[in-house]
Design a protein around this ligand. Structure first.
Ligand code: ADP
Ligand code: 5GP
Length: 188
């Protein structure tokens, strides 16, 4: 199995909505505070409990577009009716300081990073099955039925892209998936 290259290390974590990215990233950061997680910009409305600057920087479509036009994003993409982007400056500053950086982004963004930053290590997180993925999205209870349908349609496309990634981790047993991510990112 491959392991992430030496620092400055940029790791990209991608996987369909509901697979458990957020859950695993939260656990990773609790155990490894040295890992720096990029906070993305989005036009999506905050979910209950989400805080500005912690979970996302929340933008209007106009201010997101202005940032994109000004070259402020390392990558950005549309996902299920909203825009999401990685602010460029903070990522570059952390990498320059030798801090390991994690991006949790969707497939199109991961492809852009691959083109512009080929030394990044790219991990695809996959669910045990589409049925389990749907159970998890519904169980989270944060999306409308229309948004769930858009995310499930997108999930089918994303699952076909796993071969593009440096490593694939299945999130069936949470503790096992966490240990595998730690090993791949070089945190274990
Ligand atoms: P994502 O960030 O990929 O959209 P979340 O981290 O929000 O996904 O997880 C979606 C739901 O699945 C949450 O309710 C979470 O508690 C649950 N979940 C995550 N990992 C597992 C797992 N290994 N087994 C069962 N449920 C899980
Ligand atoms: P959610 O709305 O569930 O928070 O995120 C939806 C999707 O957007 C997830 O797949 C998440 O990984 C992705 N995402 C979050 N931030 C970014 C980003 O900065 N860029 C890209 N391309 N995708 C992102």
């Amino acid at each position: 199995m491959p392991i992430a290259p030496d620092s400055p290390r940029l790791t990209v974590l991608t996987g369909p909505s509901g697979v458990g990215k957020g859950t695993l990233v939260t656990a990773l950061r609790q155990q490894h505070p040295e890992l720096w997680l990029s906070v993305s910009a989005t036009t999506r409305a905050p979910r209950a409990g989400e805080e500005e600057g912690v979970h996302y920087f929340f933008h209007s479509p106009e201010s997101f577009e202005a940032l994109a036009q000004a070259g402020g994003f390392l990558e950005w993409a549309s996902f299920a009716g909203n825009s999401y982007g990685t602010p460029r400056g903070p990522v570059e500053a952390q990498l320059a300081a030798g801090v390991p950086v994690l991006l949790e982004i969707e497939l199109e963004g991961a492809r852009q990073v691959r083109r512009n930053w080929p030394q990044a290590f790219q991990i695809f997180l996959k669910p045990p099955s589409l049925e389990e993925l749907e159970r998890r999205i519904r169980g989270r209870g944060t999306e409308t039925e229309a948004a769930i349908q858009r995310r499930l349609e997108r999930a089918s496309e994303e699952l076909q892209a796993e071969a593009e990634f440096d490593a694939v981790v299945e999130n069936s047993d949470l503790a096992k998936a966490l240990a595998e991510l730690e090993r791949l990112i070089g945190l274990a």
